[in-house]
Write a protein that binds this ligand. Structure first.
Ligand SMILES: Cc1cc2nc3c(=O)[nH]c(=O)nc-3n(C[C@H](O)[C@H](O)[C@H](O)COP(=O)(O)OP(=O)(O)OC[C@H]3O[C@@H](n4cnc5c(N)ncnc54)[C@H](O)[C@@H]3O)c2cc1C
Length: 310
């Protein structure tokens, strides 16, 4: 859906309401892990869960088009950027309940950092998450997972602000989790995650740290460095997207400064000046070649933000 730019009147009102938390015509590249993306009309930075709720309620009330960005590590933003309001989630309060034991983190907290903090306090259960970039909110929405663990496996409750139902505590069942998806990702429900509580178990800090170091080392050995969005495509049932792209002879394929990694074909790297169009060109090539050769239609794991000719 194509939205018109935000009016001057609305810009002025947002500047008055949010002061320094509002910025205008900001390139989104600096807020994404791929370092790609054109400007947003308005960027509102939410420093707390309360402010996040206030900003979201305002855009809903005024029916402004909006996009929430956490770590920006699971999206490709178009070179034309985004018309409307981008809310940057920087709500980062983290609290441990030593009795349950569990951790409740604001949705803008770095997910991997929460896992590492839990480990330092002697709580096991989230080691798998140590190397995942992005926020708690992004993980809850996309059911982030790695090394046999996933968000659904640890989540106790997600505190969510719902468009019509207000604040709600949602369980794993409510969120209808699947492989890298939830009811929130499919946007069949209009809601924002404010915070989430994850279950933990008592453990030995040294053992937990050793396991996390091992998993991070494994990532370093198997995944390329450089600006990317992580896995571009979901693994099709019984196979791996990376294997199919490699078998289609596409490892190392380059358009402009964007390249299908030589190390792992499901990672697309921005070598510095790649545009969204360059990456999109690689996405289209990979899909087309894999479908021609193997009859498999690759499904994107990342989200395309802005306008695209899909
Ligand atoms: C190098 C690299 C390695 C990666 N490895 C993994 C991996 O091992 N496993 C894995 O699962 N993923 C991996 N990823 C992908 C990514 O890190 C995860 O999907 C992550 O959970 C996304 O979080 P984010 O905050 O960056 O989300 P964003 O990219 O900011 O947002 C993604 C979507 O979620 C929505 N969203 C974000 N926060 C909220 C919120 N609070 N409420 C409602 N909606 C929200 C956004 O609007 C958007 O639609 C990797 C990425 C990179 C770059």
């Amino acid at each position: 859906m194509i939205h018109p730019p935000i009016s001057l009147e609305t810009r002025k009102r947002l500047a008055r309401t949010f002061g320094k938390q509002a910025a205008f015509d900001q390139p989104l590249a600096k807020y994404t892990s791929a370092r790609i993306g054109g400007p947003a009309d308005v960027v509102l930075t939410a420093p707390s869960a309360e402010k996040l709720a206030e900003m979201v309620l305002l855009v809903w009330e005024e029916e402004l088009p909006y996009l929430l960005i956490g770590g920006g590590s699971n999206m490709l933003v178009s070179d034309q950027g985004v018309r409307g309001v981008v809310i940057l989630n920087r709500a980062r309060r983290v609290e441990f309940d030593l009795l349950t034991p569990s951790v409740t983190a604001d949705s803008g907290s770095n997910f991997g950092a929460v896992a590492r903090q839990a480990g330092r306090k002697g709580f096991t259960g989230m080691e798998w998450a140590a190397g995942i970039p992005g926020t708690v909110g992004g993980a809850v929405v996309g059911n982030a997972g790695a090394h046999g663990g996933d968000t659904a496996g640890n989540l106790i409750l997600a505190e969510v602000l719902h468009h019509t139902k207000g604040r709600q505590s949602l369980t794993v069942q409510d969120l209808a989790y699947g492989y890298r998806t939830s009811i929130l990702k499919t946007k069949s429900e209009f809601a924002v995650v404010l915070s989430a509580t994850f279950s933990l178990s008592p453990g030995e800090p040294e053992v937990i740290r050793a396991r996390m170091d091992e998993l991070v080392e494994f990532r370093k050995r198997t995944q390329p460095l450089g600006a990317s969005m992580g896995s571009m495509f979901k693994n099709p049932p019984g196979d791996y997207a990376g294997r199919l792209i490699e078998a289609a002879g596409l490892k190392g394929t380059r358009i402009g400064d964007a390249q299908i990694s030589e190390m792992h074909a499901n990672f697309f790297i921005n070598h510095g000046a790649a545009s969204g169009a360059d990456v999109f060109g690689l996405i289209s090539t990979a899909r087309q070649k894999v479908e021609e050769k193997f009859g498999v239609r690759l499904e994107l794991e990342i989200e395309l933000v802005g306008e695209w000719d899909e």
